[in-house]
Design a protein around this ligand. Structure first.
Ligand SMILES: *Cc1c(COP(=O)(O)O)cnc(C)c1O
Length: 392
């Protein structure tokens, strides 16, 4: 008989980590009267570029915007093919369609769910123009191999670094001296959160310059300051762009969150250490593999249910956790199985077996820097209780 005791209140899958500092900085930003893009956004760009070790950083209102602009700045357009994986959030593929190019999906590595570089190489054609690798859950893709292929075939690399704040490749943060572009997300659930928000980083001045122009309607670069001291009312529109820029109330959050990142990440890692210790002892669970080159940011805690080890499937496992008052998520519903992609490209079940198998077994457990160690232990106990109850 189980002696598990269910908690009374719901433990959410994710919550932003809010301190008095964020509240104070937002209040200051609001009182300053500068609400749109201004000094705080510029300061956040500078601080983020310094933090990852990038020459240029362009702040946007989402990672999706950054991914879109990165492809445009990388010269990707109609007729081009862009290789990516279907095991991602739809934005990675949608933005390829937005520039008029064709997403070419390749399957993932079955143990890490990051792009299978052999499959990537096999998918390169004369029409291939770019690669969008996803650092899934915070694991680094094999960038040396990816950039070697890119160089050999003259391809642009736009890293989807939505999960990769604090991810390292061979010891260097993602975005450090990036050879193409890397786009980070500051969505409310991400490791560094501004509610909505994103950042494109690059070493290439032309890409940074084009990104700046494109994310402000195509207006010439310093138009954001046209109402400020020293600014001018005169601006030009260099090309029809987008309204994609970050604004100062977001950047206020970003500046504080970036300062708090080491402490937030340290707490996240404490939870991960406890999870790893407990879950690696449960043969019913399979944890995400992580190659030696990858310093994992632990954006997501990805567990899979070993087939045939339990009498319940993943969906029921999630229901059992919900009945124990624990929120979870699934990353990801494969993009090729979404209606828009099925209808347009004729994709169907079985097209990407590793992606689909990972999806069928995956559950993302609560992991965030505001999660207490007591709550983390509760998650461990609940998983143990379910595994004990439904062991095959
Ligand atoms: C969150 C996410 C995005 C999109 O980020 P936004 O900032 O919400 O636009 C893109 N790719 C992946 C893999 C994500 O998880």
């Amino acid at each position: 008989m189980s002696n598990f005791i269910c908690r009374e209140n719901f433990l959410p899958f994710c919550l932003p980590d809010i301190s008095q500092q964020e509240l104070d900085e937002i209040a200051d930003a609001i009182r300053s009267g500068w609400w749109a893009k201004g000094p705080r956004t510029i300061a956040f760009e500078k601080a983020f570029a310094e933090y990852v070790g990038a020459k240029y950083a362009v702040a946007m209102n989402s990672c999706t915007a950054a991914l879109h602009v990165a492809l445009l700045a990388g010269g990707v357009g109609p007729g081009d093919e862009v290789i990516t994986t279907p095991y991602t959030f739809c934005a990675s593929a949608n933005t390829i369609l937005h520039v008029g190019a064709t997403p070419v999906f390749v399957d993932v590595d079955p143990d890490s769910a990051c792009i299978d570089v052999d499959a990537l190489e096999a998918a390169i054609t004369p029409k291939t123009k770019a690669i969008v690798p996803i650092h899934f859950a915070g694991m680094a893709c094999d960038l040396d191999r990816i950039y070697a292929l890119a160089e050999k075939h003259g391809l642009f690399v736009s890293e989807d670094a939505a999960h990769a704040v604090e991810t390292r490749y061979n010891g260097q943060l993602i975005g450090h001296c990036v050879q193409g572009a890397a786009s980070f997300s500051f969505y409310a659930t991400k490791n560094l959160a501004t509610g909505e928000g994103g950042m494109l980083v690059t070493e290439d001045e032309a890409i940074a310059q084009r990104a700046r122009v494109l994310c402000s309607h195509g207006m010439s670069a310093n138009a954001w300051n046209r109402y400020g001291k020293g600014g001018s009312w005169r601006y030009d529109v260099e090309e029809p762009g987008f309204k994609y820029n970050m604004f100062d109330i977001q950047a206020a959050l970003g500046l504080v969150q970036l300062q708090r990142m080491p402490a937030m990440q340290a707490h996240r890692m404490q939870i991960v250490a406890r999870y790893d210790q407990a879950f690696s002892r449960m043969p019913e669970l399979v944890l995400q593999s992580n190659p030696a080159y990858s310093g994992h940011s632990k954006h997501l805690y990805v567990a899979r249910l070993r087939p045939d080890a339990l009498t319940i499937d993943r969906d029921r496992f999630i229901t059992e956790l919900a009945e124990r008052n624990i929120g979870t998520s699934v990353h990801f519903i494969p993009v090729h199985l979404m209606r828009a992609y099925r209808q347009r490209f004729g994709y169907t079940e079985g097209d990407f077996p590793h992606t689909e198998a990972f999806f069928a077994q995956e559950v993302s457990l609560p992991l965030y820097s505001g999660l207490s160690l007591v709550d983390a232990q509760y998650v461990i106990d609940a998983v143990q209780d379910i595994v004990d109850t439904y062991r095959a």
